[in-house]
Each structure stands twice: as structure tokens, then as C-alpha cells.
Design a protein around this ligand. Structure first.
Ligand code: TRP
Ligand code: SF4
Length: 341
């Protein structure tokens, strides 16, 4: 693909996702669906953060590459279009190994220790030894991901805003120490807060891979219907004749995100008057989910593995060019070049 296919006058957006394997509806609604909408208004870079996976999964790296390909397929299935955005793999762009070292030099330890997810993650993943340099330094890796593309905006969920804030602080500190012909090299990125509706999993808790309560983007219709059947409902609605309250029911929450206003009205009425049963109600929710998933699954079926690999290689080489420009400026500002001496 010619490089000129990617115009550069638009504000730049960058975001990434860890290679967790097949993505679920929560990932789609919380991030991907939003990214897809950004492709034309912004110059977009979307990547799979496989180096980030190393911060927790360093002892067994066998799942990282296969998961990276699954996530890439889900990106494409969701509608990210390699003609309109750059899709790449972090480990294939050497600048992602380079900038963290330089930014690490200027990042005070205290900034890293107070990142809220640091202690929390260490406790949640108590089975892994996360007292490593790499795990503590994870926010520097993320700051580098963003700053390498001199991104203006970073579309992320609420849980990542502290990391973007730290990225801004690192950029500010860098710009204070180093300038290039009097100018600042690393612009401070802004969060582009994605609208992320509350999406419950089948057990009523937040949909999350670690809870095993997800509906995957690749789930075929019968699987979606079966998962809905076993989904928890308003606990007050024990018998068919009991009235329920969709606002206290995870199935009701799914309807609110995916159903048409007509179905919603039918659902509220029917549930509160005990006019419908939960099985019928769940069938309607499943209909709405199947409709969302169908085009995603059709797009996915249109890609072969060699095509996906080619798209990632192509995107990664474009990313290297862009990140390389930033590194030139960074090295020049830090006077880490013998040229001109
Ligand atoms: N930390 C993000 C997550 O866990 C993934 C990520 C890595 C990222 N680098 C990024 C997101 C840069 C936005 C920008 O989901
Ligand atoms: Fe939930 Fe629907 Fe049953 Fe009401 S009818 S409790 S909204 S599943």
C-alpha cells in the first residue's frame, strides 16, 4: 500500500490493547466500536501491546503470539480498515524498546509507585511474581507508546486515564529538560474518553475475561442464545407470575445497550406487569446481540491468516517510519547524536 494512502493533516490518535486472545462484546463496546468511528476524522494508529503482555506473562510467552493474531483478526472483524488506519504490533517496531529506556531515566520512582493499578494488579495476580523492574516500569512503556507517535488524543476507558495523565507528566518533564532548536518535541496527549456503556456478563458482574462470563465476538448464534438462557435475572422475579424490574436485571442492562426503543418499551412493560417471561425476554436480547455480531463475524470470515500477517507487517513498517521520526527528534534534543559534533 502506498504511504500516501494515509494523509497526515488530521489530528493523531493512538490506542492499544493487550493480546488477551479472542475479544468479547465488552471489549467491542468499550473500545473497538469507538475506534472504528475515529478512522476518518483522525490519523489513527491502533496496536497490539504484546510487549505489555511480557510485564505479567514473562515466564510463559507461548500464548502471546497466537493471542496477538486473534486480537488482530478481531480488530479487522470489528471494522478497523487497514486502508484508513495503521494497525501494528508493538514488538515489531523497535522504537518501542528504545524510547522507554530514555524516558525511564527521567521518570521518578514515586510517580510509578503511585499509579493506582500497580498495587492492585500485584494483589490480583498474586500467583505471579510482579516485583520486577518491567512491571513497575509498565507506565513508562505506555507513555512511550503514545509519545512515539506524538499523538494528540488517546481513546481509552476510565481505567486507563491515570496512565495518560502520567504520560503527560513525563512529556512535560522531557520538554523541560530537552528542546530541539528551542521547540518542544513531545506534545502532551489528551484522553478521548470513550462512551462505554455498562456491559454485564452472564453472571451479572462486569463482562470480563477473568470472570469467564463473556460473550465473544466469534460466538455463533446458538452459543449466544445458550449463554443468554443461563444469564442471571432480577432476583426478585422467582416465578413467572412475579413482576420484575429491568433496572435490577443484567438482561435488562443488555437490552438498554442493544435493543430498539420498541423492544425496550415492550420489555419494560412486560417485565413490570409479569406479562412476559424471562425466557421470551432473553430471546429478544439474544436477537439484538446476534444482529450486532453478524456483520462482525462475516467480516472476520473474509480474512485468511496470511492476509492478517501481511496487514500487520505493513502496518508495523508504517509505524516504524513514524516512530523513527520522533526518535530522531528525541535523540537530537537529548544531544545523543555525534552528528554535527
Ligand atoms: N494499558 C492498556 C490496557 O491495558 C493498553 C495500552 C498499552 C495502551 N499502551 C497503550 C492504551 C497506549 C492506549 C495507549 O488496556
Ligand atoms: Fe430480566 Fe427480562 Fe426477566 Fe425482567 S423479564 S427479570 S428484564 S430477564
Amino acid at each position: 500500500m502506498p504511504e500516501s494512502a494515509i494523509p497526515t493533516s488530521r489530528p493523531r490518535v493512538l490506542s492499544g490493547m493487550r493480546p488477551t486472545g479472542k475479544l468479547h462484546l465488552g471489549n467491542y463496546m468499550g473500545a473497538l466500536a469507538n475506534w472504528v468511528k475515529l478512522q476518518d476524522a483522525y490519523e489513527c494508529y491502533f496496536f497490539i501491546a504484546d510487549l505489555h503482555a511480557l510485564t505479567t506473562d514473562y515466564a510463559d510467552t507461548s500464548k502471546i503470539a497466537p493471542s496477538t493474531l486473534e486480537v488482530a483478526l478481531d480488530f479487522l472483524a470489528a471494522g478497523l480498515d487497514p486502508k484508513r488506519c495503521t494497525i501494528f504490533v508493538q514488538s515489531q517496531v523497535q522504537q518501542h524498546y528504545e524510547l522507554p529506556l530514555l524516558l525511564g531515566m527521567i521518570t521518578p520512582l514515586g510517580w510509578l509507585e503511585r499509579v493506582p493499578s500497580y498495587k492492585e494488579m500485584q494483589e490480583n495476580l498474586a500467583s505471579k511474581d510482579l516485583t520486577t523492574y518491567g512491571f513497575l516500569g509498565y507506565p513508562v512503556l505506555m507513555a512511550s507508546d503514545i509519545l512515539l507517535y506524538q499523538a494528540d488524543f488517546v481513546p481509552v476507558g476510565q481505567d486507563q486515564t491515570a496512565h495518560v495523565e502520567l504520560t503527560r507528566e513525563v512529556a512535560r518533564r522531557f520538554n523541560q529538560f530537552y528542546k530541539l532548536e528551542g521547540a518542544e518535541v513531545l506534545p502532551e496527549p489528551k484522553v478521548l474518553l470513550a462512551p462505554s456503556p455498562k456491559l454485564p456478563g452472564t453472571d451479572g458482574r462486569k463482562m470480563s475475561k477473568s470472570y469467564g462470563n463473556t460473550i465473544q465476538l466469534t460466538d455463533p448464534e446458538p452459543v449466544v442464545r445458550q449463554k443468554l438462557k443461563t444469564m442471571v435475572t432480577d432476583p426478585a422475579r422467582i416465578r413467572r407470575s412475579d413482576a420484575g424490574d429491568p433496572d435490577k436485571c443484567p438482561v435488562g442492562d443488555l437490552h438498554k445497550v442493544f435493543s430498539t426503543p420498541e423492544t425496550l418499551a415492550k420489555m419494560y412493560d412486560g417485565c413490570r406487569s409479569a406479562g412476559i417471561g424471562c425466557i421470551e425476554c432473553k430471546g429478544w436480547a439474544a436477537d439484538a446481540l446476534v444482529q450486532i455480531l453478524q456483520p462482525i463475524q462475516e467480516r472476520r470470515a473474509g480474512f485468511t491468516l496470511p492476509q492478517v500477517k501481511e496487514i500487520l507487517e505493513d502496518g508495523s513498517s508504517r509505524a516504524r517510519v513514524r516512530a523513527g521520526q520522533t526518535m530522531e527528534q528525541v535523540r537530537a534534543a537529548m544531544q545523543m547524536s555525534l552528528r554535527g559534533e
